[in-house]
Every structure is written in C-alpha cells, then in structure tokens.
Design a protein around this ligand. Structure first.
Ligand code: SAM
Length: 286
C-alpha cells in the first residue's frame, strides 16, 4: 500500500497554514494565493471542462497542488506553470511525484511559447487554473493573442464579476473589450459559482468557473487587431464611434470605416456586437 501524498492531508485552513509555516511562508496576497482544497468541487470543475484520459493539460498557478492532483489522476500529461519558486520546487513531492507531471517555475505572462510547444508535441491542450486574479485579464489576452492554435478548451476560476464581463451582451454595463475578444475567439460558458468560504485564505469576492470552447475555424482577423480596435473604440465609453475612431484615424477615414462596415458612426462601442467589431476590423484591414 502506498502512503497518502501530503496534499491529501492539506484539507483545512489549519493544516494549510501549518504546512506553509513549515516552508517558512504564508500566502502571498500579491500573487493571488487563495488555495482551494475542496476535492469534490475540484473533481466537478475538472469534469465540467471535459478532462479525460487523453487530455494534455497546462495548469496555470498550481499553488499547493490540490487541483494538480485531480488533473494528474484524470489527464495524460500536465504542464504546471507556477511563479512562486517555493511552491513550484515542492509541488511534485507534495502530490506524490506523478510521472505525468512537468513543473515549470515561471510567470505565465512571460513563459516562452517554445516551452509549451516542446512539451505538447503538436497536441491540442486544455488550459486550466484557479487563476491569480491580479493578472487574469492579461492571461486571457495572451491566450487569445498568442496561443489560440494551442488550446481546444479552457477552464478557469475567476472573480465572478470578470466571468460576467466575459459573457456580457452588447448594451450591458459590463460589456467591453474582453467580452468582444472572448465571444469572437471562443464559445464561453459560465458553469458555476464558488463562494469565498471554500478558499484558504478566504477572498473578499465570489468566484465562478468559466469554460471557453475553441472554435472549429479561427476568424481570419488575428486577435491582436481586434484587441487594438476595441481598445480604441472603448477608449472613452461615452463617446461615439466617430469620436473614438476619429482620434486614431482622423474623422474622414473614421466615417469611411464605419460606413464600409455598414455601421452608424453615431453609435457607442458598448452597443456593437462582436460581429460588428469584426466587420470594422475587416474594413481597417482592407
Ligand atoms: N491552483 C491552486 C489552488 O487552486 O489552490 C492555487 C491557486 S491561487 C488562486 C493562484 C496561484 O497562481 C498561486 O499559486 C500563485 O503563486 C500563482 N501565480 C500568481 N501569479 C502567477 C503568474 N504570473 N504565473 C504563474 N503563476 C502565478
């Protein structure tokens, strides 16, 4: 009989804090270290993201490894990228040194794409994580701008407010750049809420799990162009398209772009659907 890996004993706030103390550390707030030790919930989150035996999984911010343990049991191979060296260096031993786990100590915003390419060997990946909230928008932008060909599905725990922004429809207050990018380059699905008391330490906000399905066919306009265009159009939310586009391209060209896309330039960005942004981007491109 094999011994239980250490991670299986870290199930309460008391045991987690005592363990961190043995590493001479405490949760680092600036790295968004709110651990989620609830095994049944983690199993459900993995299931809702369709993690199967064949899955190659990139985990962002494995932390102590509660989710990593679940993923290693379900998937074929896991690449876990953790910024905190103390946690990265000890992750393998905490979860019983599974053979299918590769740990990289690095920043997900800076890690070289080649590291992922070498590891995945051409296989489409799942990207999963209880994300550090302070940089979750930048992580999403990197996934759209640089890594679209790499992933087939993502499953992320985010602040519920951010999840609501990703699925927001035109006309709503929370609709913005990330809604447009998410809805143009994936099919997003909010699957469940996760209350603060399940985390150690307890955050102030409610979280939610979102699944992003990749599209069978990628749009021909690359995401950085849409990111740039939405940056311009949402620059001053209360101003019209003509005003915002005019600042970048000059008034005449702005009128030309909007009319070429068959869009009234007196509208505001928040009323435009993702497809309408796409039409604008095509006009700029042409
Ligand atoms: N996955 C663990 C869990 O569910 O208990 C930990 C999640 S915690 C919310 C976020 C984790 O991301 C922390 O372990 C933190 O150190 C790590 N992290 C923070 N910023 C990061 C970055 N830029 N790149 C990679 N990991 C990061």
């Amino acid at each position: 009989m094999t011994d239980k890996p250490l991670i299986d004993t870290l199930t309460s706030a008391g045991s987690i804090f005592a363990y961190l103390q043995s590493l001479e550390m405490s949760p680092t707030q600036s790295l968004g270290q709110n651990f989620l030790p609830d095994r049944p919930l983690l199993e459900a989150l993995a299931a809702s993201t369709d993690v199967t035996e064949g899955s190659a999984i990139i985990e962002i911010g494995p932390g102590l490894g509660h989710l990593t343990r679940v993923l290693c049991k379900r998937g074929s191979k896991i690449l876990a990228i953790e910024k905190d060296r103390r946690l990265a260096d000890t992750l393998g031993e905490r979860i019983g040194e599974p053979e299918n786990l590769t740990v990289v100590n690095g920043d997900i915003l800076e890690v070289e794409t080649q590291v992922i390419e070498d590891w995945r060997e051409g296989k489409k990946c799942l990207v999963i994580g209880n994300l550090p909230y302070y940089c979750s928008s930048q992580i999403l932008i990197r996934l759209y701008e640089e890594w679209l060909p790499i992933w087939e599905r993502c499953g992320f725990l985010l602040q519920e407010e951010v999840v609501d922004r990703l699925v927001a429809k035109p006309g709503s207050k929370t609709y913005g750049r990330l809604s447009v990018l998410t809805q143009l380059y994936s099919r997003p699905r909010k699957t469940r809420k996760v209350p603060p008391h399940l985390f150690v330490p307890k955050p102030e906000v409610t979280s939610a799990w979102i699944v992003l399905e990749s599209l069978e066919e990628l749009p021909s306009i690359p995401a950085p162009q849409i990111a740039h265009l939405t940056g311009i159009c949402f620059g001053e939310r209360r101003k019209t398209l003509l005003n915002n586009l005019g600042r970048e391209f000059g008034k005449e060209r702005a009128q030309e772009i909007a009319s070429g896309a068959d869009i009234d330039d007196g509208r505001r960005a928040e009323s435009l659907s993702p497809e309408e942004f796409y039409r604008l981007a095509r006009q700029i491109d042409s």
